[in-house]
Ligand binder design. Structure first.
Ligand code: DX5
Ligand code: ZN
Length: 227
């Protein structure tokens, strides 16, 4: 997969879980690139969601890569289970890792791509020591925990910083710059213009009356230059 092409990653957090397979097929048909799976433990964030069993069943219904976003404490405890269930990428929060480098190596050892995420209050420079070992950096543009919140435009500076870092890395070491939270038709072009090349969207896709159409429009808007 080319690292400069735009990845659209619908987040199933806003999908109808009673019809999860249908929801995924709908976005798959119109070119979703990854399925973003938000895992919350009720400690790192004040909400609870899904575990490896859901990744296991999604893997059976789609060949799309699963982009698993762990908003949990002690992520190292659960990496083997998520990897074995079928995660393609596993992103952990830098704030949740005592030794991020070891956690990233564990993710790779289990055959997945490794991502590191920062909450809005965490300086992006915290990821700097790990850039050479990372496949993806996830910039949170809302406080993690819930779908449907408003995009925080101040976070775009973190995206620009990552773009500058990428420019100094070898092509083979470039990281995906992913943005998560409050992405919609207005904010998607701001994120891509700042340098994001992977966009997560939950509400803007699955809470829309026609999720397939919403995804198509969102991609189009994200790729439209800002005048
Ligand atoms: C929030 C999650 C997001 C969430 C985004 O903690 O990490 O992935 O699903 O939802 P929207 O796009 O509705 O802000
Ligand atoms: Zn997420």
């Amino acid at each position: 997969m080319k690292k400069r092409s735009l990845v659209m990653a619908p987040s199933i957090l806003s999908a109808d879980f009673a019809r999860l397979g249908e929801e995924i097929h709908r976005v798959e048909k119109v070119g979703a690139d990854w399925i973003h799976v938000d895992v919350m433990d009720g400690h790192f964030v004040p909400n609870l969601t899904v575990g490896p069993v859901v990744v296991h069943w999604i893997k059976k219904c789609t060949s799309l890569p699963q982009d698993v976003h762990l908003m949990i404490e002690h992520p190292e405890k659960y990496i083997p289970q998520f990897a074995q269930a079928g995660a393609w990428n596993i992103t952990v929060h830098v704030e949740a890792c005592r030794r991020p480098r070891e956690v990233l190596r564990l993710i790779k050892k289990y055959g997945c791509r490794a991502g590191l995420s920062v909450r809005p209050r965490t300086p992006i420079e915290k990821v700097a020591p790990y850039l050479n070992e990372l496949d993806l950096v996830l910039v949170m543009t809302v406080e993690p925990g819930f779908g449907g919140q408003s995009f925080m435009p101040d976070m775009l500076e973190k995206v620009r910083w990552l773009r500058r870092q990428n420019a100094q890395l070898k092509p083979s070491k470039q990281v995906w710059i992913e943005v998560d939270g409050g992405i919609n038709n207005d904010t998607a072009p701001l994120a891509t213009h700042a340098g994001a090349n992977a966009l997560v969207a939950g509400n803007a896709i699955f809470a829309a009356p026609h999720s397939a159409l919403a995804l198509k429009n969102l991609r189009h808007r994200a790729q439209t230059p800002i005048l």
